[in-house]
Design a protein around this ligand. Sequence first.
Ligand SMILES: [Fe+2]
Ligand SMILES: [Fe+2]
Ligand SMILES: [Fe+2]
Ligand SMILES: [Fe+2]
Length: 277
Amino acid sequence: MKLLNADIRGEHDAVVHYLTHAWTVAEVYGTQIEAIARDEMRHLKWLAHTVVSLRGIPDLSPREVIPACDLETAVTQDIAAENEAIAQYEDHIRQILDTKVKDLLRRIVLDEKDHRRQFEDMLARIDDNVTNPNEGAAPVAEVAQNLQRLLSYEYRQVLEFLFRYFVEIHGQTAGMGDEDRAIEEMKHLGWVAESLAALGSTPSWQLAGNNGTVIGDQTDELNEYERVLQWAQRENPKMVPMLRRIIGHEQYQSLTLHTRLWTVGSLKQTVSHEGKD
Ligand SMILES: [Fe+2]
Ligand SMILES: [Fe+2]
Ligand SMILES: [Fe+2]
Ligand SMILES: [Fe+2]
């Protein structure tokens, strides 16, 4: 169980890093890196289901934030990350006895090796003239802060919905389930991060209010979106449809969610009661 949770944390790291790279540095390879990040999300999901099936609790604690860098550094880091992941999986395959789990890890390693090949290919094709498209652009300070807070809300909600989806026993519900909600929040996270990058800011995954403190409820989130919407209507009309769509999603969420979401604090507490090996 400990090994699988280490693998889950590794996949979570990979998702955070690759998405950050895709949004901020890689106008050339953005879509390709995003596709790799989606593979890592699927790995995380398979591992989490496996942990739950073994009566453990998947570790979804928020991951460290990496600083922004240029494309070449980013891709070099990504190759190193894939190498590390492959080595870790191969080590775990040797240590784990359960054959079904071994087979799953071998299946994941296939993907990681292909990711490594893709990143090596990107590195080989990087043109020296490709620089960070955001370099030199002055961030629009206030709205960037609003967007940054929204990104934190969205990231927290992704983790909360994923956690509910992995560990809760689900009855038949009409309409959206927690997995769909997690995916919806991932989309919001991506749109907000892309808007930040377009404004010359580097999206940060920091959950606002560290030490497990709550950063606000859904009303605060909606108010924040309304403020950004008002700004966009004046200054950046291209963002308006995206913001209206997110606000509509969030309103539907508050209509359909009858139970209170976990706070990051309680999520961490739950997570720290790790299952036995
Ligand atoms: Fe992976
Ligand atoms: Fe990978
Ligand atoms: Fe959202
Ligand atoms: Fe939400």
